[in-house]
Design a protein around this ligand. Structure first.
Ligand SMILES: *Cc1c(COP(=O)(O)O)cnc(C)c1O
Length: 328
């Protein structure tokens, strides 16, 4: 394994299942569809951050940390999984979430509290400013905080998705499958970066198509190449990723980050009703909406085989109950 020499703690249930979605494929009149169930990683429900945190927390423990500090949105899946990882490893956890405390404590935010994290809101300051202050205060109190960046998206977290490509590569080979593309939600770039780094190193041939959640194509390409190259370097490999070769679609940004629109609602409904699979309002709903559109536009051909990477997030569904049930 490419990641064998890196510090790692086991947090996730791996390998996650690889399943076909025949009813959804038929409903779309489209390509053969498979799904990689990273919503089933465990770690206080599931999601892609579990894979990254295995390596981020491995690095934190190697350096003697006693406290994890991280940042996110109010309904951050990453914050919730970091809180769970801290609990599992006997570490303290401080979460810095954007903006004001909402009136309802629900979804991921509820789980953050149950998992014992200290939850701070940045208010009118930036999350980064508040996190810097937290780190300084912790150090002054004689503790050893480790800052996990947004989404655990750096060269310390992305190796989780290098290992994930090795994992799915073995599953695909065992099933005799050769997907044309992997389609995934991309936001803080670490997931796609780890995948692209692995694809380089292993000559994995499927296109890795990121559906941008909250960035332009150019931002995703630059961010993925940067973290991907830092990851390759950390693995002792040539940092040869270029922004141009990173595939990113930015046509599905809707009204902005975490704003649920009709395309996301339709995608959530399709996956639920045809496959019994729960997508989420912020990431996988938007990514699936993008895939559905690419199929309808025939940009993804009927004869292709597509692997949709389910990155999790269903813990946020409850925070969107009213909007999800509202009629257009
Ligand atoms: C964080 C997250 C993503 C995006 O992953 P990045 O590595 O930040 O690009 C996708 N889906 C879900 C459910 C997430 O929580």
């Amino acid at each position: 394994m490419l990641t064998d020499k890196l510090p790692r703690v086991r947090l996730a249930h791996l390998p996650t299942p690889l399943q076909e979605m025949p009813r959804l494929a038929r409903a779309l009149g489209g390509p053969r569809l498979f799904v990689k169930r990273d919503d089933q990683t465990g770690l206080a429900t599931g999601g892609n951050k579990a894979r990254k945190l295995e390596f981020s927390v491995g690095e934190a423990l190697r350096g003697g940390a006693d406290t994890l500090v991280t940042l996110g949105a109010v309904q951050s899946n990453h914050a919730r999984q970091t809180a769970a990882a801290a609990a599992l490893c006997g570490l303290r956890c401080i979460l810095v979430l954007r903006g004001q405390a909402p009136s309802a404590v629900t979804g991921n935010l509820l789980l953050d509290h149950l998992l014992g994290a200290q939850v701070l809101f940045s208010g009118t300051r930036t999350r980064e400013e508040v996190a810097e202050q937290v780190l300084a205060d912790e150090r002054a109190a004689g503790r050893r905080p480790y800052l996990v960046p947004v989404g655990a998206s750096d060269e310390f977290g992305a190796p989780g998705f290098v290992a994930a490509i090795e994992e799915v590569g073995a599953q695909l080979e065992a099933e005799g499958l050769r997907p044309d593309r992997i389609v995934l939600a991309t936001s803080s770039f670490g997931t796609q970066a780890g995948m692209c780094a692995a694809a380089k190193a292993l000559r994995f041939e499927a296109q890795i198509a990121g559906i941008a959640i909250d960035g332009t194509q150019a931002e995703v390409q630059a961010g993925v190449a940067d973290i991907g190259n830092r990851t390759l370097r950390r693995l002792g490999l040539e940092p040869s990723l270029t922004p141009r070769e990173v595939v990113a679609y930015d046509g599905y940004l809707g009204a902005g980050y975490a704003v649920l629109g009709e395309p996301e609602k339709e995608a959530i409904s399709l996956a639920a009703r045809y496959e019994g699979i729960l997508l989420d309002p912020v990431y996988t709903g938007r990514a699936m909406a993008g895939l559905v559109d690419l199929i309808r536009k025939r940009e993804v051909g009927k004869d292709e085989t597509i692997l949709f990477w389910h990155t999790g997030g269903s813990a946020a569904l409850h925070a969107y109950a009213d909007e999800l049930l509202a009629r257009p």
